[in-house]
Write a protein that binds this ligand. Sequence first.
Ligand SMILES: Nc1ncnc2c1ncn2[C@@H]1O[C@H](COP(=O)(O)OP(=O)(O)OP(=O)(O)O)[C@@H](O)[C@H]1O
Ligand SMILES: [Mg+2]
Length: 326
Amino acid sequence: MEPVIDRSSSIEQPQVPLVVETFNLGKFYRTGFWMNQKIESLKNCTLAVSQGETFGLLGQNGAGKTTLLKTLLGIVRPTAGSALLLGRPLGDRAVKQRVGYLPENPYFYDYLTGWEFLQFAAGLFQIPRSVQRQRIPQLLDLVGLAHSAAVKKQLRQYSKGMLQRIGMAQALINNPEVVFLDEPMSGLDPMGRYQMREIILSLKSQGKTIFFNSHVLSDVEKICDRVAILARGELICIGAIDELLGTTETYRVQGKGGHLNILKKWIPDLEVDKDLWYGHLRGNPKDFLANLAASGGQLIGMNLAKPSLEEFFMQQLQERGIYSSS
Ligand SMILES: Nc1ncnc2c1ncn2[C@@H]1O[C@H](COP(=O)(O)OP(=O)(O)OP(=O)(O)O)[C@@H](O)[C@H]1O
Ligand SMILES: [Mg+2]
């Protein structure tokens, strides 16, 4: 029989390959003495990440971010749905050679020096010694640990920030196409965070795909092309940062007088300074103005404001009753 060829696709623009694809992915853990309690850490998670993209996964503590990363890496098995990593089913051995991973709270071998640890990691990937001799100093330089004190120190003598950096070097030892980073900024001082951002941006400029979890939303905003928010194991939104922030128009309002309870209802982040108040309006401006006038208040200023990623994040959680500012 003649093979079916989709001719329509051959005249379309070439598509960027997908690196991560999940289809209704789910994971529950069994806990309790009799293992009869279920914790649903991930529910119906469907997303796709393209080659070369920097993708940020956001969510509160316990939202399921690490669970999603571990599932994609084949460290834990999904209990529902399916997923592809670099076009192959999860757990594919050949794919592991093309992937880098910086775990959350990494635990490394205390009595190895930084150099020895990277040699060990390189050995796991069967990287030849001649390549190791070139790559290890390059990576130590990239993560700011090239000075002899760091190279010769045992990891038990490393600070938290140094461990995070050596963890990053280890995640890149096999020159991976896709890098999974679980809280890469954790434990870093402001300079360390800046350097980590620069490292991620340099990986991005090399065309690598980066999938990372973070609580530092200002960093995510600077680095990521697209983000997703997980809440209680469910994806509540996903998209390009500009698109997401553009969909939520907010007005910064300033005024005086009016009833405090009414103001608080309309302006969740209300701040009062003497007889003036200000904050971001939630809801229809016309209705707000009518309510304000009825309660004897007066509007002094109103400007359209694009929310920061942090404001957008809080708003998404508030709208779903997951977070309350009061
Ligand atoms: N091995 C496990 N056994 C039982 N429950 C687990 C296990 N690992 C995670 N969980 C639960 O799954 C949920 C999601 O945890 P996860 O670590 O994925 O969250 P997270 O978004 O990474 O949080 P954080 O920001 O604190 O790192 C939590 O309720 C957690 O207690
Ligand atoms: Mg986590």
